[in-house]
Design a protein around this ligand. Structure first.
Ligand code: NG1
Ligand code: ZN
Length: 533
C-alpha cells in the first residue's frame, strides 16, 4: 500500500527548485541536469503508480537528454509494450514535477490515485536505465528514492541506449506469452538482432567497411557489443567518437543531430569519397548516413532516405511473397523533404501520411497500416508490422521459391527491426542489410531522388505559445494574418514550401523552408523568419 508519511520523508530530500516550471513534453522532461533531482524522484513515484494502474505491469524509465549538451539531462516514462507514456498521464507528470512542497506533492498523488481508481495495494515494478552522462549517477539515485518511497520493485538495467530500455520493457511484459518479444536482457537484444541480420545477408558479399560516429555516447560501447554477436564475414564496422569518459565530448561537434543540422562530417572522421558513414545520437535512437561525392560535396542520407530505402525494400518483398493484400504506408512530418514525399507517392506508389512532430504521433499513425514505416527527417524512426500482418507472414507457406525466400526475409525483418521505438543500432543493421542485398553504394542509394535545398532556422521570440498550428503543423492559425503573408512569399519561389511552428523542446519558433534552388530556399527562410520575428 502507499505510505504517505514515508513519501513525505523521502520528498524532503528532493525539494523542487524555486522559480522553474517543468513540463512533460515530446521528449519527456529535459533541462539542465542540476534542476532535475526532484523531477526524477517524482517520476519514480509516477512510474510506480502507472504500474499499479496497469495491473502491476513493468513500466520503463529512461534517463537521458539524447543529443543535448552533456550538462543537460532528462527523463522519459515508457509504457508496458515499449510505447511512449499515454498522453493523459503526461499531465500527471507535469503536475507532480511542479508541486512546490511535500504536502502538495502528496495531494497530487492522492488525486491521481482517486481519479484513476488505482488499487494502492497492487505491486509495482519499474525497470530503468541511463545514458553515459555523468549526472546520470546522481539522478538514478533520485529515481530509486522515488521508487522506494512507494515500495516499488526496482530493476536497474544500468547504462543502456534508449531503445534497449524500450525493448526490455516490452520483453518483461510479454515474457512467456505468445507475443513474447525476446529475452529481457541486453544479450537477448543483441542475439535477436544478430540472428535476424544473418538471415537476410547470409551468402551475399559483404559491404566495404562502415564507419559509425557514436557521438561519444552510449551507442559506442553498445554497437561494439552488438558487433561481437555478428560475425565479421557479414558486417565490417568501425566505431569512431567512442570516448565516453572525457568530459565535454558527448555530442560535441559530432552525432546525428550535428551532422543533420550542420550538413558536414563530424569531428574526428576522415571520409574518403563515396564511402558510407553513419552517425548516432547521444542515446542511440537516431541515425543518419552520409558520404562525400567524388567532387568532395557532402551528401546526407537522412531519415527520409532511410524511410524510402526501407519502404521500397519491404514493398518488393511483400510483392514477391505473394501476400500482396498486405498494405504498406509511410508516415512523415512536415520536415520531410518534398522530394522524398514525391518519390514515395509517385515512384514507389506508397501512401504517405503527414503528422505533427513527435514520435508518438508518427507511431500511432504507422499503426494504421499493415506495415507502417515512419521516420523523422532527423533520423528517428522504425517500421511497425501489425499483429495481423505478422501472423499472415508467419503462417504463409509460399508457392514458389521466390515466395518462400521473400517470406523468410520478411520474418527476419520483423525481428531485425525494433518495433517499440526508433533504434539507431537496429536501423543501422536494417540499412546495411538492404544495401548488402541490393549491392548498392551510398551513391546508388542516394540516386532515388535529389533533396530539394532546405533550411531550418530557429527564431527566438518573446512568447512562442502564441503560435498555433493546424494541418499537421503545416499552417498557422495564429497569430492571425501571418499564414497569408507566408503563402504570398512561398508563391514567389519555384517548388517553394515553408512553415512555422513553436518547438516542443526548446524555447524557440522553428522556420522551415525549401525551394528549387539553394539561393531561393535561403531567401525564403530568411524572409519568413523576418515575418515571425
Ligand atoms: P521540436 O523541438 O518540437 O522541433 C525536436 C525535433 C523533433 C523530435 C524532438 C525530440 C526537429 C525539427 N524537431 O522537436 O523531430 O526529434 O525534438 O523528441 O528536428
Ligand atoms: Zn535521441
Amino acid at each position: 500500500t502507499i505510505d504517505y508519511g514515508k513519501i513525505k520523508q523521502f520528498a524532503a530530500r528532493y525539494p523542487k527548485p524555486n522559480g522553474v516550471s517543468f513540463s512533460y513534453g515530446t521528449a519527456g522532461f529535459r533541462t539542465k541536469a542540476e534542476l532535475l533531482d526532484s523531477v526524477i524522484f517524482r517520476v519514480g513515484i509516477l512510474g510506480a503508480l502507472r504500474s499499479k494502474k496497469l495491473d502491476s505491469k513493468t513500466i520503463g524509465v529512461m534517463i537521458t537528454a539524447s543529443h543535448n549538451p552533456e550538462e543537460d539531462n532528462g527523463v522519459k516514462l515508457v509504457d508496458p509494450y515499449g510505447e511512449m507514456l499515454e498522453q493523459k498521464w503526461e499531465i500527471y507528470a507535469t503536475q507532480l514535477a511542479n508541486a512546490h512542497n511535500a504536502d502538495v506533492l502528496v495531494n497530487v498523488i492522492k488525486d491521481i490515485v482517486t481519479v484513476n481508481d488505482i488499487d494502492p495495494t497492487k505491486e509495482s515494478t519499474v525497470v530503468y536505465a541511463r545514458d553515459t552522462r555523468p549526472s546520470g549517477v546522481r539522478l538514478v539515485e533520485a529515481l530509486e528514492h522515488g521508487l522506494k518511497a512507494v515500495n516499488a520493485n526496482l530493476v536497474n538495467f544500468g547504462i543502456k541506449t534508449t531503445p534497449q530500455l524500450h525493448y526490455v520493457t516490452r520483453c518483461y511484459n510479454t515474457l512467456g506469452t505468445e507475443a513474447s518479444y525476446g529475452e529481457p536482457t541486453e544479450e537477448g537484444y543483441y542475439k535477436k538482432l544478430a540472428i535476424a541480420y544473418r538471415k537476410i545477408v547470409e551468402g551475399l558479399p559483404r559491404l566495404p567497411k562502415i564507419k559509425v560516429d557514436a557521438a561519444n555516447g552510449v551507442g559506442a560501447p553498445k554497437l561494439r557489443e552488438l558487433a561481437k554477436f555478428i560475425d565479421e564475414d557479414i558486417l565490417d564496422v568501425e566505431v569512431i567518437n567512442d570516448d565516453i569518459d572525457t568530459r565535454g565530448k558527448l555530442n560535441f561537434q559530432c552525432g546525428a543531430d550535428f551532422v543533420k543540422t550542420q550538413q558536414r562530417v563530424p569531428l574526428g572522421l576522415v571520409l574518403p569519397a563515396e564511402q558510407r558513414a553513419a552517425s548516432l545520437d547521444g542515446d542511440a535512437d537516431r541515425i543518419v548516413y552520409y558520404y562525400n561525392d567524388s567532387d568532395g560535396t557532402f551528401k546526407l542520407l537522412d531519415g527520409d532516405k532511410i524511410a524510402s530505402l526501407a519502404a521500397g525494400f519491404i514493398m518488393e518483398l511483400i510483392k514477391a511473397s505473394g501476400l500482396e493484400e498486405i498494405n504498406v504506408g509511410v508516415v512523415q512530418t512536415a520536415y520531410a523533404n518534398g522530394s522524398s514525399t514525391n518519390y514515395l507517392t509517385k515512384v514507389l506508389g506508397v501512401p504517405v501520411s503527414c503528422v505533427s512532430t513527435g514520435v508518438k504521433h508518427l507511431h500511432h499513425e504507422a499503426e494504421k497500416y499493415d506495415v507502417g514505416v515512419y521516420f523523422e527527417a532527423n533520423g528517428h524512426g522504425t517500421v511497425l508490422f501489425s499483429p495481423s500482418s505478422q501472423a499472415r507472414i508467419r503462417k504463409a507457406e509460399g508457392k514458389t521459391p521466390e515466395n518462400i525466400s521473400a517470406l523468410e526475409k520478411l520474418r527476419a525483418l520483423i525481428d531485425l527491426i525494433n518495433q517499440t521505438v526508433g533504434d539507431a543500432l537496429s536501423d543501422l543493421l536494417l540499412v546495411e542489410a538492404i544495401l548488402t542485398y541490393r549491392r548498392w553504394t551510398p551513391k546508388q542509394w542516394d540516386q532515388a531522388y535529389t533533396d530539394l535545398p532546405n533550411r531550418l532556422v530557429k527564431v527566438v521570440v518573446s512568447n512562442r505559445h502564441i503560435f498555433k498550428t493546424t494541418d499537421a503543423e503545416r499552417k498557422l492559425l495564429e497569430p492571425k494574418g501571418l499564414q497569408e503573408k507566408i503563402d504570398l512569399l512561398v508563391q514567389q519561389y519555384k517548388d517553394g514550401r515553408s512553415f512555422v511552428r513553436p518547438s516542443g523542446t526548446e524555447d524557440v519558433v522553428r522556420v522551415y523552408a525549401e525551394a528549387a534552388t539553394r539561393h531561393g530556399c535561403d531567401e525564403l527562410a530568411f524572409k519568413v523568419a523576418g515575418l515571425v520575428y
